[in-house]
Design a protein around this ligand. Sequence first.
Ligand code: HEC
Length: 220
Amino acid sequence: MKHELIEKNIGLLAVLTAVAISFGGLVEIVPLMNDKNATTPTPGLPMRTPLEVAGRDVYIHEGCYNCHSQMIRTLAEEVLRYGPASQAGESVYDHPFQWGSKRTGPDLARIGGRYSDEWLRLHFINPRDVVPESNMPGYPWLEKEHFDPGEVSGEMRALKRVGVPFDDAVIAKADADVADKTKMDALIAFLQSLKLPHPPQADATPAAAPGAAAKTESTP
Ligand code: HEC
């Protein structure tokens, strides 16, 4: 009976629908705002360099996310293929994050270190030179394009304003850092930075003996 009242009264139905949707939204969004996991860098995660930030811009500009995700789910087959599942804290330097969902090509969340810079360069110029069956487009022009003065520092300042924890000192020399680099260099630096932030447990340095501390600390 009450339900019939709502169904027959379009105004009431609209108001109650809006209330239901807002409630659903609040329940999903509000906890994330206070979730430290999503706003604190994963331990060991290095701050993105200006060149990597510039490379990420190229990645977005060229629409790489239309074919590649950057998020490894917790499913066994994903972890076996790509490596440990992605953590929210790995994406704190990404606004917007590049998780994506479309995988025409493989996930790239752990692509860093898998190939040499030279392999990636050849692959971007013409993917079929190194992967004959590839249907990924080539991006040869990235070798010739540079960044405008002020472009990368401006981008980093804007990202800082929306909460990305960049250092002012790094922003100050951002344009100088990318001045002699091509967009190809930047894209490659960005991809090589996409890797697990800390060494896997098996490789971790065993608890240092007393006196060995200084040595352990200086290990790169
Ligand atoms: C039309 C879809 C498409 C687009 C757009 C695309 N890719 Fe790909 N990509 C693929 C496919 C398919 C593969 C697998 C075949 C290969 O290795 O070439 C691939 C492979 C790769 C690989 C090697 C991954 C691995 O694990 O072997 C990298 C790195 C890569 N793409 C980066 C990029 C970047 C960066 C861009 C944007 C500049 C981009 N791709 C744009 C489809 C695409």
